[in-house]
Design a protein around this ligand. Structure first.
Ligand code: 8YV
Length: 309
């Protein structure tokens, strides 16, 4: 049997049901009870960025062989426990890269050009009373990217087309990159107009954007987060925005999704979207297909398509 942790895709559910016995965790109000009677039949878990597979779940599934995540981020999976028990892990890289990078640029443009505010202005009939105030140019700004992996590189490529200078922070300098490297996040934030978070969430990157980084970005700086909510110390972000110590923010992810701090809801220089980085028809289908192909490959004893290990 394949255990799905939460609703993520009807298409994926149907495709799993065609090939395996599908068990839906959210259909069982008492999950511990459910596990007791089904734990020996579950050989695969399909999780996502909301509910993955934690140590407790892994520990209670003795026949578990593979965790296939419907996400590129693996922060909700206890990777150490999986490795220890010889459980394989797959994710969905590449197929979502363009969508997430598109969204990062869209959020930056929306904040700089005040697109959402302008939309409200027209829809509320205010255009007839006054002209809209000027916004700020995005083209040519310096874009700082936190994490120059698949998504960070795709963001950089797009920003280059806007004549932006690109700089980045990562643990080590990339030898094959011409972008300017800063060895610390504070140095990166001090030297860019827009800071875009595009790294995986790990214990090392938790709250990597803290008070100091936000102040380094400064009252004209803009923060874009298409990574994970806990990359940012959200209390600090809220205070900085309320006090005008940060220019603006475009946020796809939050520390306690789907809860968004109330203070952000009234701020015009903040654009908020509900974790939609990969949420297009095209990409979500490709992600589901990749999950299926990994499961099929595993149970046929063939090489996995996108293994972490
Ligand atoms: C998804 C994501 O929103 O890939 C990731 O890491 O955060 C997203 O693509 C999610 O896993 C879909 O349910």
């Amino acid at each position: 049997g394949v255990l799905m942790t939460c609703p993520m895709s009807d298409y994926l559910e149907r495709e799993i049901e065609k090939r395996f016995k599908l068990l839906k965790q959210w259909h069982h109000s008492s999950f511990p009870e459910f596990l007791k009677s089904n734990s020996n039949s579950i050989r695969a878990v399909v999780g996502n960025a909301t509910i993955g597979a934690d140590a407790e779940m892994i520990g209670s599934l003795p026949k578990l062989e593979i965790v296939a995540s419907y996400s590129v981020g693996l922060d909700k999976i206890d990777l150490r426990k999986c490795k220890e028990k010889g459980i394989r892990v797959t994710n969905t890289p590449d197929v979502l890269t363009d969508n997430v990078a598109d969204l990062a640029i869209a959020l930056a443009l929306a904040v700089f050009r005040r697109i959402c505010e302008c939309d409200r202005f027209v829809k509320n009939g205010k255009w007839k009373q006054s002209e809209y105030p000027l916004s700020t140019q995005f083209s040519g700004k310096t874009v700082g990217i936190l994490g120059l992996g698949r998504i960070g590189t795709a963001v950089a490529k797009r920003a280059e087309a806007f004549n932006c200078s690109i700089c980045y922070y990562s643990r080590t300098e990339k030898q094959d990159s011409n972008y300017k490297y800063y060895p610390s996040v504070v140095a990166l934030a001090s030297n860019c107009h827009v800071l875009i978070i595009a790294c995986p969430l790990t214990p090392e990157t938790h709250h990597i954007v803290n008070h100091e980084v936000i102040d380094a970005l400064g009252p004209k700086g803009v923060l874009i987060n298409i990574g994970r909510g806990p990359h940012v110390d959200e209390r600090e972000l809220v205070s900085a925005l309320l006090e005008g110590r940060l220019g603006g923010a475009g946020l796809d992810v939050f520390e306690n999704e789907p809860n968004v701090p109330d203070e952000l809801l009234g701020l015009e220089n903040v654009v908020l979207v509900p974790h939609i980085g990969s949420a297009t028809v095209e990409t979500r289908k490709a992600m589901a297909d990749l999950v299926i192909e990994n499961l099929v490959a595993h149970f046929q004893g063939k090489p996995l398509l996108t293994p972490l290990f």
